[in-house]
Design a protein around this ligand. Structure first.
Ligand code: FUL
Length: 472
């Protein structure tokens, strides 16, 4: 006990801790961002019809997975390093993958397992067994529900949320799709977002709510798996609503500097051309180089990657996709196996009782903080021997807010001269800079602009011999 208290004091060594700056994350948002990657599962009648957007008129019997295996999905997610799985419990066609008492268009009306099947149950059990988190996508747009386009639908939808969020254990993320077309009677719906969000918050207070404006995390504004190089977790959401009245594309892509709310970006992208499985796309599963590129331009740019890997008609993830994820994990393990900066000596003239060596100790909860009022702090890292690297990873201690707006990195050559090797704008939870091979005994980081004294908790260097692209 005493040892634990001493360890915490040593970790923060805080007689004078830095003050938080601006909008701040909740603990759930910090935990969510540090998960880095989640698996998206698009599964439902479209898996069997080949459509991307089902019409709502599909017979319930169309849904006939022959060997549903949610345990396989959860295991694949865990083995590939995805912290959570998010399932399309109801897509735009309205078909519910659980027996939702609010609807007559669900697994309960299907002959599949004689109406006794429940994919949400199987997946939540599987996630618990495999140690990954369980998340739910529910489309507000519904092309089946007869009340769609009337006030009554908002109540039906809130009760649908209750049924999905109230009966299957903890949910780490609730995904609200922004698509909003016409219902079966040709009408559109004005959604009651305050009702929907408060329903989620009441039933699952820890759940991160995804939508075009959060409040938990925001859509990045594209479906190609890319966040902007300048990416703030903060955004001004006032006056905007999900779907219909979105913030500007640039705000979704890169956040707003000094924005009033903490709504980090999530990048949803499919491993295949479509969101749902199709035989014809088995040959078009993204290759390893593309997956690595996605990783660098999402996780490496202060965002979370939500990679869609849709199961096939059997209800299992196809061998092509699972093999690709195995390759992806092996590559990431290899690239990030050896942190060449781990334990390196760091000097920073500017500090406030938080030693700069906290940057290279490999821990998330220890940090270096620049002195108040120091606009351009500088850090110098020296290595015992020459190191060769081509990836620089910087991390801000986000529980205290996001601050850094511009920085440069230089390396010392054999003659002692400092040579520019990289520059960037925002850092946030994680920024990975891609460089050519750099061989040196020292680097320095100059922070040229920061909204408040910088607080960094990570500086790592790696040598990636697998990804051949330059974009990151
Ligand atoms: C979009 C939907 O229309 C697509 O079908 C898919 O679910 C994607 C993740 O979101 O808005």
């Amino acid at each position: 006990m005493v040892a634990a208290v001493l360890a915490v004091l040593a970790a923060t060594s805080c007689n004078n801790p830095p003050k938080p700056y601006g909008a701040l994350p909740t603990q759930a948002q910090v935990d969510w961002q540090r998960m880095e990657m989640n698996l998206f599962i698009h599964f439902g009648p479209n898996t069997f019809s080949g459509l991307e957007w089902g019409e709502g008129s599909e017979p319930e019997d169309l849904f006939q997975p022959t060997a549903l295996d949610c345990r396989q999905w959860a295991k694949i997610a865990r083995d590939a390093g995805f912290g959570g799985v998010i399932l399309t419990a109801k897509h735009h066609d309205g078909f519910c993958l659980w027996p939702n008492p609010e609807s007559k268009h669900t697994v309960a009306q299907s002959s599949w397992r004689e109406g006794k099947g429940d994919v949400l149950r199987e997946l939540s059990d599987a996630c618990e067994a495999e140690g990954v988190k369980f998340g739910i996508y529910i489309s507000p747009w519904d092309r089946y529900d007869p009340t769609y386009g009337t006030l009554a639908y908002n109540e039906v939808f809130a009760r649908t949320l209750q049924s999905a969020l109230g009966n299957y254990g903890p949910v780490f993320e609730q995904w609200f799709d922004g698509a909003n077309g016409e219902g079966p009677n040709g009408k559109r719906q004005v959604y009651d977002w305050p009702l929907f969000n408060s329903t989620v918050a009441t039933l699952q207070p820890g759940a991160i709510i995804f939508s075009g404006v959060g409040p938990g995390c925001r859509w990045v504004g594209n479906e190609r798996g890319e966040a902007d190089e300048t990416n703030w977790a903060t955004m001004n959401t006032e006056g905007f609503t999900p779907g219909e009245n979105p913030p500007a594309k640039e705000s979704l892509f890169g956040g707003d500097e000094g924005g009033a709310c903490w709504v980090p970006a999530e990048c949803d992208v499919s491993i295949r051309p479509g969101w749902f499985w199709r035989e014809s796309e088995n040959e078009k599963v993204k290759d390893l180089q593309t997956l690595l590129k996605l990783y660098y331009q999402t996780v490496g740019r202060n965002a979370v990657l939500l990679l869609n890997v849709p199961p096939d008609k059997t209800g299992r993830i196809h061998a092509v996709d699972s093999a690709r994820l195995t390759e992806f994990r092996a590559a990431l393990n290899e690239i990030f196996a050896t942190d060449l900066a781990l334990g390196a000596s760091v000097k920073a003239p500017s500090r406030r009782g938080f030693p700069p060596k906290n940057l290279t100790d490999g821990k998330m909860e220890t940090f270096w903080a620049a002195q108040d009022g120091d606009p351009n702090p500088e850090l110098t890292v020296r290595f015992d021997t020459t190191v060769t690297f081509n990836r620089i990873v910087l991390q801000e201690y986000i529980p205290l807010g996001q601050r850094v707006a511009q920085f440069r990195v230089e390396a010392q050559d054999a003659n002692g001269r400092w040579i520019p090797i990289a520059s960037g704008t925002t850092i946030g939870n994680k920024r990975i800079l891609l460089t050519g091979d750099v061989t040196t005994r020292a680097i320095r980081i100059m922070i040229d602009r920061s909204l408040a004294p910088p607080v960094l908790n990570g500086l790592s260097l790696f040598e990636d011999n697998i990804y051949t692209g330059l974009n990151g």
